[in-house]
Design a protein. Structure first.
Length: 366
């Protein structure tokens, strides 16, 4: 990620303004995808229609900025100052707006699906027709928000500890009580139904063993593994536990991190990432998270692409498209699962091979 200097940014903004004001005849559209703009002063800037996907805008001053129709998918906007910014029709899907100040911002028709808005200040913001599907609103200030409907709130991942009017709290509690409080996994539900127990201990898994894995329908076998899908009929429940969002599969007795790591990494780094997750207070109050086994990871593969272009249920965040498992193939490779095409394969894990995957940790409820 390259740091953009103030001088470079000034030139880019001028070219973009010309491009916009001349109906694309002159100047150049701003493409700041993946740029490091942390703490940048963009107050009042005109970036409408610009590409800022995956940009780092943490701590940036974007007050009164025109970001209408701007592409901000997977952007890092932690603690960004966005008071009275125009974000109408902007794509903020999978963006991290943790602690951002969006007071008075125009977010009408914005796509904020799966965005992290925890502890964000949305007071007086306009959320008319905004897509909040699977958005994390834990601890967010939603007092005096304009245009926000109960139907929009029904699609969010969590409202744990969010600031809501007393009337809105009553409405949510009546229809969607699970969004408000700390709801532990439904142990009673788990105990009453037959649980499909998946292997949870790691092993060196051969290709032939992978080919004979239970609860899997294989489309195509190969020397590297197979393409397939899970035959398990899942019963997923999205929960807010201690302010963190998890997915409980009542069919397998497993609790999954709804997302996982923000970055892809090598296998050894993945194990370290899980160790860090378990340190101090852990995640969702638990400190026994681990990499899944192949059996567990494969159980997430759906029959069809139900989450955009991924073979995984939309209850999960889609960024973690290819994940590591804790199982090895021989001594120099580890198994991974790819949700783009249903691949289950064993990439090399020596550092000079640079095979990287995301982490989606799991723990056993029972």
């Amino acid at each position: 990620m390259r740091k953009i200097t103030a001088r470079e940014l000034s030139k880019i903004l001028k070219k973009h303004k010309r491009w916009y004001n001349t109906d694309e005849d002159e100047g150049e559209k701003a493409n700041l995808s993946g740029a490091d703009l942390s703490d940048a002063n963009l107050s009042g800037a005109d970036l409408s229609d610009a590409n800022l996907s995956k940009a780092n805008l943490s701590g940036a001053d974007l007050r009164f900025a025109d970001l209408s129709r701007t592409y901000l998918s997977v952007a890092e906007l932690t603690c960004a100052k966005l008071r009275f910014a125009d974000l109408s029709d902007a794509d903020l899907s999978d963006a991290n707006l943790n602690g951002a100040n969006l007071n008075g911002a125009n977010l009408s028709d914005a796509n904020m699906s799966r965005a992290n808005l925890s502890r964000a200040n949305l007071s007086r913001a306009n959320l008319s027709r905004a897509n909040l599907s699977r958005a994390n609103l834990s601890g967010a200030n939603l007092i005096r928000v304009r245009g926000l409907t109960l139907e929009q709130l029904s699609s969010v991942a969590t409202l744990y500890d969010a600031g809501l009017s007393s009337e809105r709290i009553k409405q949510v509690r009546k229809k969607y009580p699970h969004l408000l409080g700390e709801i532990e996994p439904d142990e009673e539900k788990l105990s009453k139904r037959r649980i499909i127990t998946l292997r949870s201990s790691y092993k060196k898994l051969s290709v032939s063993e992978a080919h004979s894995m239970p609860n899997v329908s294989i489309r195509e076998k190969d020397d590297w593994g197979f393409e397939g899908l899970s035959t398990i009929k899942h019963d997923y429940s999205l929960k807010a536990v201690s302010g963190d969002v998890v997915v409980v599969d009542n069919a397998t007795g497993l609790m999954w991190h709804q997302g996982g790591s923000d970055d892809s990494m090598e296998w050894d780094e993945a194990k370290e990432w899980v160790e860090d997750l378990n340190s101090e207070e852990g995640y969702a109050g638990y400190q026994d998270w681990r990499l899944p086994t192949v059996d567990e990871a494969v159980s997430l593969l759906e029959l069809s692409k139900t989450n955009g272009d991924l073979y995984i249920d939309p209850v999960f965040i889609k960024k973690q498209s290819w994940i590591w498992t804790g199982d090895k193939f021989g001594s120099e490779a580890a198994w991974g699962v790819h949700f783009y095409d249903g691949d289950v394969c064993w990439p090399q894990i020596q550092r000079h091979h640079h095979h990287i995957r995301y982490v989606r940790p799991v723990r056993s409820v029972k």
